[in-house]
Design a binder for this molecule. Structure first.
Ligand SMILES: Cc1cc2nc3c(=O)[nH]c(=O)nc-3n(C[C@H](O)[C@H](O)[C@H](O)COP(=O)(O)OP(=O)(O)OC[C@H]3O[C@@H](n4cnc5c(N)ncnc54)[C@H](O)[C@@H]3O)c2cc1C
Length: 623
């Protein structure tokens, strides 16, 4: 349930939980600008910086974020990237976010964009993306101290907000402020509206040098300060910074295009090399695939990661593609053929924005009844054409596509520190300060080490509705569970359906096989018996077409993202092993790679990011 908010007669939002107002009697806007922006020296302090990272405790109704975003938009000297990482234990509803901004007409267009992304806020980190990926809000839902432990970045400024220390003491307690200090560098500015003695003392103890400044009347004082401990911060708190220069990405599928776009957005000049003449010549050439979160009764790491990934792909699809033509969030019905419900019995309300137990009306639309077994309904799921997304990503500025180039070997020049990409004859193809391998299974050879990647061949079956009797009775959404069925995807030849996919380990062949067509029909008979009955004659007559490709998977079926081995091979990074979920994972992995490289806030919790570490399978020689 979203947090309950009461609205006082003068329009001020009020929290019954804490018995306190969400904003001061001065009005929220004045407080945000005076106390927080000005208190942290903004916008001047961020002028011409490559990025600016603000940490906020207490997101509330998002006013500080909106005001900061507005200041960023208005500033010709704005940083290339603005990050705001904000903690919130009790998120409000999307409607209340908009209502809170209603008193400030200049903020309404921004609040509407925030409202549109303000859904599905389960505990954890949620990355909301604005301004073509240049304004990034990481909402950390949960207790501030615990959530900050899951972050790994250095803030340039800190907004200490939240209900008053008297009403919500935990927010201002020493242990919370220590967690804030852990995210600060020497010189990080801090601002707050409270000058409570205990808060001043706690901040001082954590290494902040704080002072009172005159407040806006009738308030006498505000707090400002800077992180300047008398001791040296622990080594774990030091970060390296990278200046964006040149990068070669090997592989022009979804993983490569996503990494390239994330880097180009941060100022890198990126060349994307691929052995195919055109982008998305590998697995990402799939005519259309399913975009859906994974569910599990214990909300496993995979389930959480796929939600972050689906959100990231949806954001890019909305920004870059045409709905109904290139993608569609039509919903996905997931049959739970093992008989399990998939979701925990206490699955929270916020989770229902994502996934829920399917109701009988959804089953009926798929020609199923309750006795056919349990099923989940994924509201945000749907289908997407990965090649369209690849093309849109590669069209962004700072990127250069070079097709028909097969990389065979990498070599680092110890003098320049640059990587050279060589062909099979040893001829140089490209060179750059950094290389990102996103070449699917071939990344294994290029990395030069022992990378346990597996190729998994797969084949889809598809045909035009015009060539199919009974397409009108197809379910109006995607169905998965035993393979998948996508009922209606526009193609150049007209509307098409797709069913798949086969799964053959350690095979890379992309030839199409009649045996796989038969196997896809068999899958469909389990998944959607009525649809399979309709399509069986087409499969038998051979009029159903086929597309085959090779997935690339790691032993634990999670992607590999990040530096291969910074000590031995500095500047060699990976984003691959997307497995059967590349449409959910690739965009997220591109952002994670760039965030790691630049010491930015991560788009997922630290624990989840670690599970994707590129070096987790690296076999080191015994010492
Ligand atoms: C039949 C099938 C069905 C699928 N269905 C779904 C689905 O429903 N949902 C989902 O999320 N995922 C699905 N997937 C998986 C998804 O397609 C992949 O996870 C995703 O496309 C992987 O993207 P990638 O960029 O890592 O790899 P790829 O798209 O394979 O890109 C790798 C690129 O590297 C290039 N390359 C390789 N070697 C070299 C070299 N030496 N030099 C230069 N370039 C090189 C290749 O040409 C290729 O373009 C499916 C896959 C298959 C095969």
């Amino acid at each position: 349930m979203a947090e309950r908010i009461e609205w006082l007669a003068d329009g001020t939002p009020y929290s019954p939980r804490f018995g306190d107002r969400y904003r001061s009697e001065l009005g929220g806007l004045a407080q945000s600008r005076e106390v927080f922006l000005r208190g942290c020296g903004l916008p001047g302090a961020w002028a011409h910086q490559p990025q600016w990272r603000i940490l906020e405790t207490g997101f509330g109704l998002g006013l500080n974020f909106l005001v900061t975003w507005q200041a960023w938009k208005a500033d010709p000297a704005r940083p290339r990237l603005l990050h705001l990482v904000s903690t919130e234990a009790f998120p409000a509803s999307a409607d209340d976010i908009l209502r809170a901004a209603a008193a400030h007409p200049e903020l309404i267009p921004l609040a509407q964009q925030l409202q549109a992304q303000f859904w599905g806020l389960l505990p954890g980190v949620h990355r909301l993306v604005f301004e073509e990926g240049r304004v990034l809000l990481s909402l950390c839902i949960g207790d501030t101290k615990a959530m900050l432990r899951e972050q790994h970045f250095q803030a340039d400024a800190v907004y200490l907000d939240g209900f008053s220390p008297a009403k919500n003491p935990d927010m201002w307690a020493l242990h919370t402020l220590k967690a804030v200090a852990r995210c600060c560098r020497r010189g990080t500015r801090i601002a707050s509206w409270t000058i409570a003695r205990a808060v001043l003392d706690n901040l001082t103890q954590c290494g902040f040098v704080v002072h009172k400044t005159p407040g806006l009347p009738p308030k006498r004082d505000n707090l400002q300060g800077v992180f300047g401990p008398r001791w040296e911060p622990r080594k774990a708190q030091t970060f390296t910074t990278v200046n964006p220069t040149s990068c070669v990405v090997i592989g022009g599928g979804l993983a490569g295009a996503a990494a390239a776009a994330s880097l180009a957005r941060r100022g890198w000049q990126v060349e994307v090399l691929d052995s195919h003449a055109a982008p998305a010549g590998g697995a990402s050439g799939l005519p259309a695939g399913v975009l859906v979160p994974h569910v599990s009764p214990d909300d496993s790491l995979l389930s959480r990661l796929t939600r972050c990934g689906v959100r990231a792909t949806l954001q890019q699809a909305e920004a870059l593609l045409q709905a109904g033509e290139d993608w569609q969030a039509c919903g996905v019905l997931e049959r739970r053929l093992d008989g399990s419900a998939g979701l925990a019995a206490d699955w929270p309300e916020a989770g229902r924005d994502w996934s829920d137990i399917a109701d009988p009306s959804k089953l009926a639309l798929a020609g199923l009844v309750a006795t056919d077994g349990p099923a989940c309904w994924h509201t945000r799921g749907g289908w997407i054409k990965p090649a369209r997304l690849v093309q849109a990503l590669l069209a962004q500025s700072g990127l250069r596509w070079r097709g028909g180039i097969a990389a065979s070997r990498l070599q680092r020049n110890p003098e320049t520190g640059h990587w050279q990409v060589l062909d099979a004859q040893g001829k140089g193809l490209a060179q750059a300060a950094m290389v990102v391998l996103a070449a699917g299974h071939a990344s294994r050879l290029l990395v030069g080490g022992d990378l346990p990647l597996q190729a998994i061949r797969g084949q889809m079956s598809w045909a035009l509705h015009a060539d199919t009797a009974g397409a009108a009775a197809f379910p109006p959404f995607v169905v998965n569970g035993s393979g998948s069925f996508i009922p209606a995807v526009p193609t150049d030849g007209g509307m098409a359906w797709l069913a798949g996919a086969s799964f053959q380990r350690d095979e890379e062949s992309t030839e199409t096989r009649s045996g796989d067509q038969a196997a896809n029909l068999q899958r469909l008979q389990t998944l959607l018996p009525a649809t399979a009955l309709t399509l069986a004659p087409d499969f038998k007559s051979g009029s159903v077409r086929a597309w085959a490709g090779a997935r690339c998977a790691s032993p634990d079926r999670l992607p590999l993202v990040g530096a291969v081995d910074e000590a031995q091979q500095p500047g060699l990074w990976l984003s691959t092993a997307m497995g059967s979920r590349g449409l959910s994972f690739a965009i997220l992995c591109g952002e994670l790679l760039a965030a790691r490289l630049h010491g930015e806030p991560l788009p997922v919790e630290q624990r989840l990011a670690q599970a994707l570490s590129a070096s987790r399978f690296l076999r080191r020689a015994p010492a």
